[in-house]
Design a protein around this ligand. Structure first.
Ligand SMILES: Cc1ncc(C[n+]2csc(CCOP(=O)(O)OP(=O)(O)O)c2C)c(N)n1
Ligand SMILES: [Mg+2]
Length: 666
């Protein structure tokens, strides 16, 4: 459908959608008020017209990202009412098996890509979905539906900037319901209209009466046509009113009575019914029948859902990660006797892994700041790749960490295998919501329907005088998040093989690189070298003490082992390589032999991953240990810029050696 007011069939259809939304909303509110059931609910009452118009314009294969206040959008996009209601009531038969709940509805067959509970976060995801649509050569569009309050978030601005810059097939639908929780729109934005913000990004902003579906249809249709034809995003501000407060049961004390009374007078469902009757599209009996039919479908949905049970508790552990795959990638080339090798720096090894992935898998795309040539990345890891594969697949981004991670996650949800780069690990703080709340949780919240096969590369700049905001070793932030895999390579061979494994993996993986290692060289097996995730590697065998470590600290541990060999202490060095999944077996086998262990890492000791390793050793081998497990890690202090301050805080060869002597009783 393109511009112009809708015809009678479309209008009747939209009324049916609005009636269905209203019936479902009323049934939910009735059940909640009467104590018939309990669930979370953010009523979209009063916003039905916007959803109905979107539903009338969008194709099933267009992808919608909405929010916790999404019932209307979800029904209008075609999510079947029975499984939708069951999900809201967190039943087994819900679209997402009761794992998503009212806030996190996902239904790919209807093009309902994601519903987010984090304000503004849907926009970067939708940008990524739009990127996948355009790189895939389709004419599908992505639509982000969000509230007025969301336009104050960094995610909104980063995503709109990115989408406008890249002319992504994205439609931005703001449902301006006059409030963000308890704050009126006017008190949270310095411009008169949300649509005014469009000018900052060189895109069209349109204000439309969101209570009139006939008015919304043509503006959505024009925005969709613009997006489909490659002319980029449009920001639509659909003005409306939130009739029942922020959440179910909101006493709405902050809303002026007269304002609410006027809004109720202008509410869209009754208003549209009257308009259709006045125009002769429906008579009163037709309208009654449409409403009756809607109520009937909704009643049936509730009866079925209420008869169903919630998922078994054990389901909590299912869909956290993709089921394990066998086949290529399941075995390492390491240890194969006749494999030939090439000497490479760790930087070159990462470049080769990316090159191989780009060459063999058209769904692999790279995005990040300064990735493309001539820069080729701040550390030249991506050098040459944009020249070889083009800037469509090796993309420079604006300085927008939330949008980089979010777009990668969205693109991964939509079928690509993006490799995003966050230049320095400290910047993870800015992309964290997208990684932790969306990439990590999508598979679970969707009940296994939507995985996020993305890789995030990032580098620790510690140990080179970069100071407190450019030196942090933050992998412990990530290992605490179910759904993520966390990889920390120490050698060129591992870096290449682990990165290949991450890109091929169906779950979101973070590769923590270290700038101090980029120049180190080593032998890398030729060909398709893959190191399976979750397998530690014994980098040096020894009989007296096990040092468990990873990443940059492996080098220090090996140097300490050399030193200690001269003192007659035989040290085994276990390189974890992957922190999640954690290879406890290799660690325990080693410590069961040596009966003495030191755990070492450059990250802060308090709450560091070493605490987890030490706890596992204690739990499993307490009776075997000849000494308590010792940890060597950074002091609980920011990294100072002066070399003296940094050296004081970070672990060193000497400190590792000292700890080993201590557990060895020397
Ligand atoms: C990032 C973030 N901050 C705060 C919240 C708490 N919160 C939930 S909804 C909401 C208001 C959002 O308002 P708006 O974007 O206008 O959407 P509406 O609820 O009106 O549909 C807030 C502050 C949140 N969920 N996410
Ligand atoms: Mg709002």
């Amino acid at each position: 459908m393109s511009g112009g007011r809708p015809g009678p069939d479309v209008r009747r259809g939209m009324y049916g959608t609005m009636a269905l939304i209203r019936a479902c909303d009323e049934r939910l509110r009735r059940g909640l008020s009467g104590g018939e059931f309990a669930c979370t609910y953010w009523p979209p009452t009063g916003q039905e017209a916007i959803a109905a118009a979107m539903g009338a314009v969008l194709r099933t294969d267009d992808e919608l990202v909405t929010t916790y206040r999404g019932l209307h959008d979800q029904l209008a996009k075609g999510v079947p009412v029975g499984p939708l209601v069951a999900e809201i009531l967190t039943r087994k038969s819900g679209v997402n098996g009761g794992k998503g709940g009212a806030m996190h509805i996902t239904h790919p067959p209807s093009g309902l890509a994601h519903s987010t509970g984090i304000v503004g976060s849907g926009l970067p995801l939708a940008a990524g979905i739009a990127l996948a649509a355009s790189l895939g050569g389709t004419d599908r569009v992505a639509v982000a539906s969000f509230g007025d309050g969301a336009t104050a978030t960094g995610s909104f601005h980063e995503a709109v900037n990115l989408a406008a810059l890249w002319k992504l097939p994205l439609v931005l639908v703001c449902q301006d319901n006059r409030y963000a929780e308890m704050t009126p729109t006017a008190e949270s934005q310095p411009v008169g209209h949300v649509a005014d913000r469009a000018a900052a990004y060189g895109i069209l902003g349109v204000v439309v009466d969101g209570n009139d579906p006939d008015a919304v249809v043509p503006v959505v249709a024009e925005a969709v046509a613009r997006a489909r034809s490659g002319d980029g995003p449009t920001l639509l501000e659909c003005t409306t009113y939130r009739l029942w407060g922020h959440y179910f049961g909101d006493p709405m004390r902050y809303i002026p009575k007269e304002e609410l009374a006027a809004a109720r007078q202008a509410e869209p469902v009754a208003r549209y019914r009257a308009a259709l009757v006045a125009d002769g599209v429906l008579d009163e009996a037709d309208a009654d029948a449409i409403e009756e039919e809607a109520r009937h479908r909704v009643d049936e949905a509730f009866t079925d859902a209420l008869a169903d049970s919630p998922p078994e508790g054990g389901e909590a552990l299912v869909d956290v990660y993709a089921p394990r795959r066998s086949g290529p990638g399941a075995t390492a080339t390491r240890g194969v006797a006749d494999v030939t090798t090439t000497t490479r720096s760790l930087r070159e090894a990462l470049n080769v892994a990316l090159d191989q992935a780009l060459a063999t898998d058209p769904s692999v795309v790279l995005l990040g700041e300064d990735l493309a040539d001539p820069a080729g990345g701040i550390s030249q890891v991506t050098k040459g790749l944009s020249t070889r594969y083009g800037t469509d697949r090796v993309r420079d981004t604006p300085i927008s960490e939330a949008a980089i991670v979010g777009a990668a996650a969205g693109a991964a949800m939509a079928g690509l295998r993006p490799v995003a780069e966050l230049m320095i690990m400290d910047f993870l703080s800015i992309g964290m919501d997208q990684l932790v709340n969306h990439a990590a949780k999508s598979r679970f919240m969707s009940g296994g329907l939507v995985g996020v096969p993305m890789t995030l590369r990032t580098a620790v700049f510690g140990g080179i005088g970069s100071g407190a905001t450019h030196s942090q070793t933050l992998e412990a932030w990530l290992t605490h998040v179910p759904g993520l895999k966390v990889v920390v390579p120490s050698t060129p061979a591992d870096a290449q093989g682990l990165l290949r494994a991450c890109i091929a993996d169906d779950d979101p993986c973070v590769v923590v690189e270290n700038v101090a290692l980029y120049g180190t060289t080593g032998e890398v097996p030729d060909g398709d070298h893959v190191v399976p995730l979750g397998l530690a590697d014994v980098k040096r065998t020894g009989a007296d003490v096990t040092v468990v470590t990873y990443g940059r600290t492996v080098r220090d541990a090996l140097a300490a082992a050399e030193l200690l060999a001269g003192e007659g202490i035989d040290v085994e060095v276990v390189d974890l390589r992957t922190l999640v999944p954690f290879d406890g077996q290799t660690v325990l086998e080693s410590v069961a032999r040596t009966r003495r262990a030191v755990v070492a890492h450059h990250a802060t000791r308090l709450g560091g991953f070493g605490a987890e390793v030490a706890a596992v050793i204690n739990e499993e081998l307490f009776g075997e240990l000849r000494a308590p497990v010792r940890r060597v890690a950074a002091s609980f202090a920011p990294i100072g810029s002066a070399p003296t301050l940094e050296a004081f805080v970070l672990p060193s060869v000497d400190r590792i050696a000292e700890a080993v002597r201590d557990v060895a009783g020397r």
